[in-house]
Design a protein. Structure first.
Length: 197
């Protein structure tokens, strides 16, 4: 897939949402949040995803993470990027941000069972990006990485459950090997955690 004007507009929209309007950072780090949706878009592009799916990957956190003053809605995304992109972004958006972490994540995990293949692809790229970054942080900082999250050690188990749910839903996923590799790494960390306790 070649770089397009639509992808360029999606990058600008995502930068405005995450960087310009709120200077959002990755949890516990001085790393701009925008790096994550751009990596998700890159993973999707390398996996051969169509333009709408790549655009949805770049925009996947804009509804969930926009500020109340500059709230991004499904309608805004549909108007700028089309109904298909809006549907994909909405499908992977966590709702009910006021719920406790474990309840939100349980709901998100259940929703994977209803995902279309493009939604599964966006979710795959998202979890691969998050897992690889968090595992890299864990290798560098050890257990201190969990202080950044309300979920503590449950975070890795959640990532693993998401990966397993995606693999079970779509074994032919073009990102299947990346998902399996992420799962292997998470399981080895889990084994280390158990050995420590």
């Amino acid at each position: 897939m070649q770089y397009s004007e639509t992808i360029q507009r999606a990058v600008r929209f995502s930068i405005k949402t995450h960087e310009v309007y709120q200077k959002q950072k990755r949890k516990g780090k001085d790393v701009p949040y925008i790096t994550h949706p751009l990596i998700v878009g890159l993973i999707l592009s390398r996996a051969g995803a169509d333009e709408d799916t790549v655009v949805a990957g770049i925009l996947h956190d804009t509804i969930e993470d926009s500020t109340p003053e500059k709230k991004v809605t499904r309608g805004m995304i549909a108007e700028r990027f089309g109904e298909n992109v809006a549907e994909l972004v909405e499908s992977v958006t966590e709702t009910h941000k006021n719920l406790p972490w474990s309840e939100r994540k349980a709901q998100a995990l259940e929703r994977i069972q209803t995902f279309s293949r493009p939604s599964l692809l966006v979710k795959s790229a998202d979890v691969i990006s998050n897992t690889s970054e968090t595992l890299d942080d864990y290798r560098r900082d050890g257990d201190a990485v969990f202080a950044r999250f309300n979920a503590k050690e449950k975070l890795f188990q959640h990532y693993l459950r998401v990966i397993i749910a995606i693999i079970e839903r779509w074994p032919e996923n073009p990102l299947i090997e990346d998902l399996r590799e992420s799962a292997r790494k998470l399981q080895s960390i889990d084994a280390l955690q158990l050995a420590k306790s």
